[in-house]
Design a binder for this molecule. Structure first.
Ligand code: DX5
Ligand code: ZN
Length: 217
């Protein structure tokens, strides 16, 4: 079983000072930073472009876990790889050549991930799990931080975790949306090992305690 990784989401950071929000994460000794990219089409919200990621890259050594919520992610993997992404995840729902896009991400020197929305069944990615470094299970409808965790996603986490064991694969299993210490512990029991936390991390009174409690999940 992979050790647990906490990936704070910069979406819940200070948008007028993203570098300082990333520095808070790095200073705690954490390694990952989750970066949500939204296009106003695939999800009803807008966030950052590659220029912002490139600017952050200059100030941070964190592992950038870039989550593309885009209708045409294949058009943007190169700019985000060049901006300094370490891992790029793309959704299964839009129509494009997923295998080709995942391959492209690898060729660009990044790890690759595939993402499922809450309404998308696990079966939709069954044929792709051997091609990815990470499977990201959305535990809210993507678009906004601060939404309640969907407990009905726990069986999906269990199912994908079971496939991983049965096929002897080693991709990371990440959850995103409404994750805090309590829901994170439930996800861990279901098989998740990588935890995106936006609101719960940035609003925590004692972030250091929060991070060490996650580390021992
Ligand atoms: C939602 C994003 C999440 C978001 C999670 O569309 O993909 O990464 O930052 O925020 P919280 O942890 O506040 O639910
Ligand atoms: Zn995300």
């Amino acid at each position: 079983m992979h050790a647990s990784i906490l990936a704070p989401s910069i979406l819940a950071g200070d948008h007028a000072n993203l570098a300082s929000s990333a520095a808070v994460v790095e200073q705690l000794g954490l390694q990952w930073l989750h970066v949500d990219i939204m296009d106003g089409h695939f999800v009803p919200n807008l966030t950052f472009g590659p220029q912002t990621v490139a600017a952050l890259r200059k100030t941070s050594k964190l592992f950038f876990d870039v989550h593309l919520m885009l209708d045409e992610p294949q058009r943007y993997v190169k700019p985000f790889a060049e901006a300094g992404a370490n891992l790029i995840s793309i959704h299964i729902e839009p129509l494009y050549d997923h295998t080709e896009a995942l391959k492209r991400i690898r060729e660009l020197g990044c790890q690759c991930g595939i993402v499922l929305n809450p309404d998308t069944p696990a079966d939709a990615i069954k044929a792709l799990v051997h091609e990815v470094d990470l499977v990201l299970i959305m535990t809210v409808q993507p678009g906004f931080g601060g939404q309640p965790f969907r407990r009905d996603m726990l069986p999906k986490i269990e199912q994908i975790s079971r496939w991983r064991a049965e096929r002897g694969l080693s991709f990371r299993l990440e959850v995103d949306g409404g994750v805090d210490l309590s829901t994170g512990a439930d996800c861990r029991r279901a098989g998740a090992d990588t935890f995106v936390a936006g609101t719960s991390f940035f609003k925590a009174k004692d972030r250091s305690a929060f991070a060490s409690q996650f580390a021992s999940l």
